[in-house]
Write a new protein. Structure first.
Length: 385
């Protein structure tokens, strides 16, 4: 028993070491877009608003335009302790504009000319401290509930974030094939996440095979139906802004295609792990079970899980577009017109294709689990025979 315990501890430490190495490598990789032109010759800082001047703000109902002037005490950087007047430009957009009041902390960009401040633009309310606090709460609760599994899940979480920011996004901006890069990154993330769940086990192979089949299926169906639906990648938020920001050659439609299987991959990993864990428990409790019976047990679990997973995808995708649906309903738009709109069709494509991918994950994972997880016992019986 002690040897098994120490072996598990050794494996956990090795997985943590691998996690630290992967995170260190990803953090060291430059994106190539660190020195944006708009930030050259300027300094980012935090300012505490001490006085507000709204005389140049033009109010028309709920819309405000013009500019807001604020005196601030700079709290970080070269100009710490100095009082600087910053400008908050208002465009008349409720989505983008922000209004400051005394006592607010603002994230500002200070443009300098030599040692003198030439201008100070207030970017937004400072939220990074609250974001860090929220993340720490997440970390504490995750580790408190899941223990060492929570630590490993945290490594997988951070590696996923860094993979998207350091590899996926820069590769897309450089014009590499969005589908192939998206597939490569998704495959790597899938393998890493499942590895941190199971470690060096047959379950890792089993769940990975099931999840990756779903990813591949979703990729093929996404490409096919994006073309059939005649969906342009410009349906994605801020996509047109990319074209006008010096990246006119980006294939937005291919990026949209890749977003379909990337967005659904998390649910596929979840389902594959659920089925694998269920079959593993059955095999552990009943070692004499045949691979057919084990696979059948996996399918029973899969049928129950698929019902909730498809709903999860539906809620995840539709939640961000609830206001659009409200607009259509408020205008009395017929349901057949709503379903035919490009933005709604894109969400339908995301949801249904992702759900189809989940459907393929279930039987393949169940079959792989039955064959792989009962394989050790079969080999022992073959040796005896």
């Amino acid at each position: 028993m002690k040897s098994v315990f120490f072996q598990k501890q050794k494996t956990t430490l090795l997985m943590i070491l691998i996690g630290i190495i992967l995170i260190s490598i990803l953090m060291a990789i430059p994106t190539g877009y660190e020195d944006a032109l708009i930030y050259q010759g300027s300094e980012r800082a935090i300012g505490l608003v001490t006085e507000v001047d709204n005389s140049a703000v033009i109010t028309s109902g709920m819309i405000q335009s013009g500019e807001q002037s604020c005196k601030m005490e700079i709290q970080t950087g070269t100009f710490k302790g100095e009082e600087i007047t910053g400008v908050n430009f208002l465009s008349g957009s409720l989505e983008q504009d922000k209004i400051f009041k005394e006592g607010d902390r603002a994230f500002v960009r200070i443009s300098v000319n030599g040692d003198e401040v030439s201008s100070c633009v207030m970017s937004d309310h400072f939220r990074l401290d609250k974001e860090v606090l929220l993340f720490l709460v997440f970390v504490v609760i995750l580790i408190a509930v899941a223990g060492k599994k929570g630590v490993l899940a945290l490594f997988a979480f951070v590696i996923t974030i860094l993979s998207i920011w350091k590899i996926l996004v820069p590769s897309y901006l450089r014009g590499y094939s969005p589908v192939w890069i998206g597939l490569a990154v998704t495959v790597c993330i899938t393998l890493i996440v499942i590895f941190f769940v199971y470690g060096f086990e047959r379950r890792t192979v089993t769940a990975s095979l099931g999840a990756l089949l779903g990813v591949m299926t979703t990729c093929v169906l996404g490409i096919l139906f994006t073309d059939l639906f005649r969906i342009h990648g410009a349906v994605m938020p801020d996509s047109e802004s990319l074209l006008y920001s010096g990246f006119p050659n980006l294939d937005l439609t291919a990026i949209f295609m890749s977003s379909i299987f990337i967005g659904a991959s998390g649910a596929m990993i979840d389902l594959a792990v659920d089925i694998t864990s269920a079959v593993y428990e059955v095999v552990e409790k009943k070692p004499e079970i045949s691979w057919k019976e084990a696979s059948a047990s996996g399918m029973h679990v899969a049928r129950a899980a698929m019902g909730t997973m498809t709903t999860t995808l539906l809620l995840a995708y539709s939640g961000g577009y609830i206001t659009s649906l409200m607009v259509y309903m408020a205008q009395g738009t017929p349901i057949d017109h709503i379903l035919n709109y490009k933005y709604v069709a894109a969400e339908i494509l995301d949801t249904v294709v992702g759900s189809l991918g989940l459907v393929t994950v279930a039987p393949f994972t169940a079959l792989a689990a039955g064959l792989i997880l009962t394989g050790k016992r079969r080999k022992q019986e073959e040796k005896k025979a």
